[in-house]
Design a protein around this ligand. Structure first.
Ligand code: FMN
Length: 426
């Protein structure tokens, strides 16, 4: 999605560069809009290089509109700005999914609150219908001033979102409240603000596991599996896009994990077990997409096992069944029971086995995955699954793991909706 990142004239303007990068890592496009004062703190060229778009520093300099218009529609991108008669800030106002201002000065807060539109950013604020998120930053006395506080209240009442300034050492030499929130916090707030307003995952805690586990035989050898982590990563990213607070528990994978509120790296099934049981406390949804080893060497050697004549016998013992344990713990939990979603990776009798596993482990949903197909399951970008619940079964045809993740989370949201409605019916 396209985000307008407003940068205003505060000392924290340099941190907007990191905010910009964070938004891009979440797959968003950014157009930077700088006030005249902001350009005295950071050079527009920096944002231009990072966003790969012209930076808007004045309403009297046309340019970016042509490109934006081409992205929004099938109109020719070569059409000169003025011949269309579009007005730059109006065109951008229509094209953005979010207006984020970080840092936001007392001055811009005042202008937004009072409808003053004397530059591009303040005109854009009035022209856009996109959600607005501000990260104020200023000296503590400025922040505490009645005028600023009143302006903040006016904006809050209008539905504007805020990323609260933090306490700490201020550029003016003071220590107090007014410091720009840290860039990851601003990025998380922006991602949440972009979540579909009607998503039931908004604000919920979702724990997702991903990837394989490695069970050590000795210090140099292990038993692993072919899971790449792609499916779990896609689920974590989609849950976050829908506004959930995501904890990702990831086994050893080559792929970089998506952004999450918390990422716990584990290696073995035992580590995965500890991380999930700890993280599941307080979770609303637990999705176990990881391929956790069922067996682990009973007695891993502390030194490298030497080659010997003849066969080598390895004794394996069962690893803890994490999902079954979570399923058994459900009735005892005071904090309410999370929705439990498991995966059944099978190569034969996929649906009957998955059904049986769902009942045996006390799961709400099971995602049956035929991993014998070349285009589904482990280490490919696509998947085809069947999502099986208590009373329903949904076939999700072959498509990208990102889209499969969206289909699975649609089912999770349906369950959340049904749960919310259940007491009303009773
Ligand atoms: C070194 C320096 C640092 C400043 N830091 C801030 C700040 O953090 N917050 C703020 O509201 N104003 C700050 N100001 C004052 C603003 O730059 C000033 O109000 C300016 O008019 C803001 O313009 P703008 O809101 O259009 O970007 C600072 C000024 C200077 C010279």
């Amino acid at each position: 999605m396209l985000i307008a990142l407003g940068v205003t004239g505060g000392i924290g303007a340099y941190k907007a560069v990191e905010v910009c990068r964070g938004l891009q890592k979440h797959g968003h496009d950014v157009v930077a809009v700088m006030t005249r004062s902001a350009a005295r703190f950071v050079g527009p060229v920096t944002f231009e290089a990072i966003t790969r778009r012209p930076v808007i520093t004045s309403q009297w300099k046309p340019g970016i509109n042509t490109r934006l218009r081409a992205e929004r529609s099938d109109e020719a991108s070569t059409e000169p700005w003025r011949s269309r008669g579009d007005i730059e800030h109006i065109a951008i106002a229509d094209g953005i999914a979010l207006l984020l201002v970080a840092p936001c000065t007392a001055n811009v807060i005042g202008k937004f609150a009072n409808g003053i539109a004397d530059d591009f950013l303040t005109s854009l604020y009035l022209a856009t219908r996109a959600p607005v998120l501000l990260a104020p930053a200023m000296n503590s006395n400025m922040l505490a001033h009645e005028a600023v506080q009143r302006n903040l209240q006016v904006l809050a009442a209008r539905g504007v979102g805020f990323v609260e300034p933090g306490e700490g050492y201020l550029a003016c030499g003071w220590i107090g409240k007014g410091r720009l929130a840290e860039p990851p916090e601003i990025v998380s707030a922006a991602v949440r603000a972009l979540a579909p307003a009607d998503s039931l995952l908004r604000g919920r805690r979702v724990l997702v596991t991903a990837g394989p586990t490695y069970e050590d035989i000795d210090p140099v050898r292990y038993i692993g599996n072919r899971s790449s982590g792609r499916m779990g990563f896609a689920l974590a990213a989609e849950a976050r896009r829908r506004g959930a607070r995501v904890t990702l528990v990831a086994g050893p994978t080559r792929l970089a994990p998506p952004a999450a509120d918390e990422i716990v790296r584990v290696r073995s099934a035992a580590e995965m077990h500890a991380a999930v049981l700890g993280g599941a406390e307080g979770a609303d949804v637990v999705i176990m997409a990881a391929a956790v080893a069922d067996y682990t060497p009973a007695d891993p050697a502390s030194h490298k096992v030497s080659k010997q004549d003849g066969p080598l016998t390895l004794t394996l013992e069962r690893t803890p069944d994490i999902l079954a344990e979570l399923g058994r713990a459900r009735p005892r939990r005071a904090s309410g029971s999370p929705i439990l979603v498991g995966f059944a990776a099978e190569t034969a009798d996929v649906i009957p086995r998955a059904r049986e596993k769902r009942t045996r482990k006390g799961l709400d949903l099971i995602v049956a995955n035929d991993v014998s197909r070349a285009d589904a399951g482990f280490d490919v970008g696509t998947n085809v699954v069947t999502v099986i619940g208590d009373e329903r079964q949904r076939e999700v045809p072959l498509q990208s793991k990102e889209r499969v993740a969206a289909a699975i989370l649609d089912e999770v949201e349906d369950l959340l909706r049904a749960r919310a409605a259940a007491p009303a019916r009773a």
